[in-house]
Design a protein around this ligand. Structure first.
Ligand code: GLN
Length: 539
C-alpha cells in the first residue's frame, strides 16, 4: 500500500478566500520540516485548460516547463516551494471528461453505461494519485477549485470522499471558510462556516481542520464554538487573518501550528521545526527596503491585476534582492498616446511592457517604447512587449514603411514579426502555441549574457509569432541585436533583443516571470530593478 499521504483543501462560503496561498503556505512549512511535498489544483470548469480563457475571466495563464497552460495558483506553488510543476499539477473537468470520453470511443468500457460515478470519479482519483505514484513525494496537497455546494464541484467532492474511505488514515481534509465581520455588532459570525461544514457532511466528508479567513483575530471562545458545531478539535480551528503580503501567510500558519495539526492527523513525524530562516530573511528585506523605485507596467488587462500575477511577484522578488521597494504604476496601454506619454512616463525609473494577444492597446505600447528608448529609461519587454519593441525600432529607426506584426496586420508591407513556421498550418486554438521550456544560447559580451552570467539558458514560452529573421541584418546594423537565440530544426529563433546604446533595453520572447521564486529571484528582473535604481540616481 502506498505510504504517500494526501491532503485535500476545499473552500466554503465564498470563492477567493486564498485556498492557493493556504495550500502553498502549508506545503512550504512541511517542506521546511524536510518533507517532499507537491501541490495540485483541480479546477471544476469545462475548458480543457485556461489557455483559451480571457485573462479577465481567470487571471493569468501560468505555463509550466512541460508546456502546460495552467491555473495561476501553480505560480504560487512554484514561487513558494521553488520546485517545478507540470501538467499533472492542474486538472480540469474538461480534461477529465475528455479522457473518459476518449476511452469510451476506444472501447475501454464496452458494454457499460459510462457514468459520473464511477467513471468520472475514478478518473479524478487517478489524477489525484498520479503525483503520488511518481515516488518523488511524501505528501500531496490537492486543492479543489470552486466552493463546496457548487454543482460543478460535486464529482470532485465525491472522489475525495471515496479516496478518504479507500485510504483510511492517509488522508486529511482542510476546509477553508470565511468568518464575516458584522461592523454594527462588532462580531465575527460563524453561521456560514457551520452551514458550509454541514454541506460537506451531507456529501459524506467530515473536515479535519478548518482554516477560518477573517479580518479580525479569532479568539479561543469563538474557536471553541466553531469546534463544537463542526466536530473538529479546537486546535484544528485555524485563524487565517488578512495579511499585508501573501509572503506573511506561511509564518502566520506556523504560528497557528497548521503544519503540526496536519502531521498529527496524518500520523507523521514532526521531523524538525520548520527551517524558515531564508524565508524570514526575505520577509525582513521586503518589509524594510532601503530604496524605492517606480516602475511602469504597461498592459491592456490592468483592471485585473491577477492578469499579470507572475510579473508583479517577480518584481517583488527582484526588489527584495536589491533591498528596494518596487512601486508598480499600472498603466493602461489603451490610454496612452503621443500627447500624454511624456506626462505618464517621465517620472518612472523603468518601464515594463507586458505580454498579450491581439491589436487592442498595441499602438500605446509602441509609443511608450519609443519614449523610453529615446530617453534612456530602462525597458523590459516580455513576449508581446518584445515584439512591440521590434516594431517600434523598425518604424522609427529603420524607417520601414507599414511595419507590423502579422498578428496585428496580416498584410503588413514589412512583417518584422511574423507567424512561426511551425505555427503556419495550425488552426485549432487550444494548447497549440509554442509552449513550455526551450533552450537559448546567449551571445558572448552582450547584456543578456552579463545578466544571466551564463552562455546557455532555458526559459518558458507561450506565443505563435516571432522575430522575422529576414530583417535581422538591418536591425543589427542599426544597433538592435539578437543576443539570445534558440537553434531549432526549422531555423534560428530570436529569443532576446537588446539595444547596444542604451543603459538597459531588453526584450525577451519568453516569459522569465514564470521562473522567479522567493529563493531564486530571476536575474532579468533583478538586473532590471537594479537598472531602475541606477536611473533614479541620475535623474
Ligand atoms: N501575441 C503574441 C504571439 O502570439 C505574443 C504572445 C504573448 O505575449 N504571450 O506571439
Amino acid at each position: 500500500m502506498s505510504s504517500v499521504k494526501y491532503i485535500f483543501v476545499t473552500g466554503g462560503v465564498t470563492s477567493s478566500l486564498g485556498k492557493g496561498i493556504i495550500s502553498a503556505s502549508l506545503a512550504k512549512l512541511l517542506q521546511a520540516r524536510g518533507y517532499k511535498v507537491a501541490i495540485q489544483k483541480l479546477d471544476p470548469y469545462i475548458n480543457i485548460d485556461p489557455g483559451t480563457l480571457n485573462p479577465y475571466e481567470h487571471g493569468e495563464c501560468y505555463v509550466t516547463n512541460d508546456g502546460a497552460e495552467t491555473d495561476l495558483d501553480l505560480g504560487h506553488y512554484e514561487r513558494f516551494l521553488n520546485t517545478a510543476t507540470s501538467q499533472a499539477n492542474n486538472v480540469t473537468t474538461g480534461r477529465i471528461y475528455q479522457t473518459v470520453i476518449n476511452k469510451e470511443r476506444e472501447g475501454a468500457y464496452l458494454g457499460k453505461t459510462v457514468q459520473v460515478i464511477p467513471h468520472i470519479t475514478d478518473e479524478i482519483k487517478r489524477c489525484i494519485k498520479l503525483l503520488g505514484e511518481t515516488g518523488d513525494y511524501e505528501i500531496i496537497i490537492t486543492e479543489i477549485g470552486g466552493t463546496v455546494g457548487d454543482i460543478e464541484s460535486l464529482p470532485y467532492i465525491e472522489a475525495v470522499r471515496q479516496q478518504i474511505w479507500e485510504m483510511a488514515g492517509n488522508c486529511c481534509v482542510i476546509h477553508l471558510t470565511l468568518l464575516p465581520y458584522l461592523a454594527t455588532t462588532g462580531e465575527l459570525k460563524t453561521k456560514p462556516t457551520q452551514h458550509s461544514v454541514k454541506t460537506l457532511l451531507e456529501y459524506g466528508i467530515q473536515p479535519d481542520i478548518l482554516v477560518c479567513r477573517s479580518e479580525h483575530p479569532v479568539n479561543q471562545e469563538l474557536k471553541r464554538k466553531i469546534a463544537l458545531f463542526c466536530n473538529v478539535n479546537i486546535n484544528a480551528v485555524i485563524e487565517s487573518i488578512d495579511a499585508p503580503t501573501i509572503y506573511d501567510v506561511p509564518l502566520l500558519m506556523m504560528k497557528e501550528q497548521l503544519d503540526k495539526v496536519v502531521l498529527n492527523k496524518l500520523r507523521l513525524n514532526m521531523r524538525h521545526e520548520p527551517d524558515m530562516e531564508q524565508w524570514k530573511a526575505f520577509l525582513g528585506k521586503l518589509k524594510n527596503p532601503v530604496n524605492e523605485v517606480k516602475i511602469g507596467l504597461i498592459g491592456k488587462y490592468i483592471e485585473l491585476k491577477d492578469a499579470y500575477k507572475s510579473i508583479s511577484e517577480s518584481l517583488i522578488h527582484a526588489g527584495v534582492a536589491n533591498e528596494c521597494n518596487v512601486k508598480v504604476e499600472w498603466i493602461h496601454s489603451e490610454k496612452l498616446d503621443k500627447d500624454n506619454i511624456k506626462d505618464k512616463l517621465k517620472n518612472l525609473h523603468a518601464v515594463l511592457v507586458a505580454p498579450g494577444f491581439g491589436n487592442r492597446g498595441i499602438e500605446g505600447k509602441i509609443d511608450a517604447i519609443e519614449f523610453v528608448r529615446k530617453n534612456n529609461i530602462p525597458f523590459l519587454g516580455i513576449c508581446l512587449g518584445m515584439q512591440c519593441a521590434v516594431i517600434e525600432f523598425s518604424r522609427n529607426v529603420l524607417k520601414l514603411e507599414n511595419a507590423n506584426s502579422t498578428e496585428m496586420d496580416p498584410d503588413a508591407k514589412n512583417p518584422v514579426i511574423d507567424i512561426m513556421a511551425s505555427q503556419k498550418d495550425i488552426t485549432r486554438k487550444g494548447g497549440t502555441m509554442r509552449l513550455g521550456e526551450y533552450p537559448c544560447v546567449l551571445l558572448k559580451g552582450t547584456k543578456a549574457a552579463g545578466i544571466y552570467n551564463k552562455s546557455k539558458i532555458a526559459e518558458r514560452h507561450r506565443h505563435r509569432f516571432e522575430f522575422n529573421n529576414k530583417y535581422l541584418k538591418k536591425f543589427e546594423e542599426a544597433g538592435m541585436i539578437a543576443s539570445g537565440i534558440n537553434q531549432s530544426p526549422l531555423g534560428d529563433l530570436v529569443e532576446i533583443i537588446e539595444l547596444k546604446n542604451h543603459p538597459f533595453f531588453v526584450g525577451v520572447q519568453f516569459h522569465p516571470e514564470y521562473k522567479s521564486t522567493v529563493e531564486n529571484p530571476h536575474p532579468l528582473f533583478v538586473k532590471f530593478v537594479k537598472a531602475a535604481m541606477e536611473r533614479k540616481s541620475v535623474v
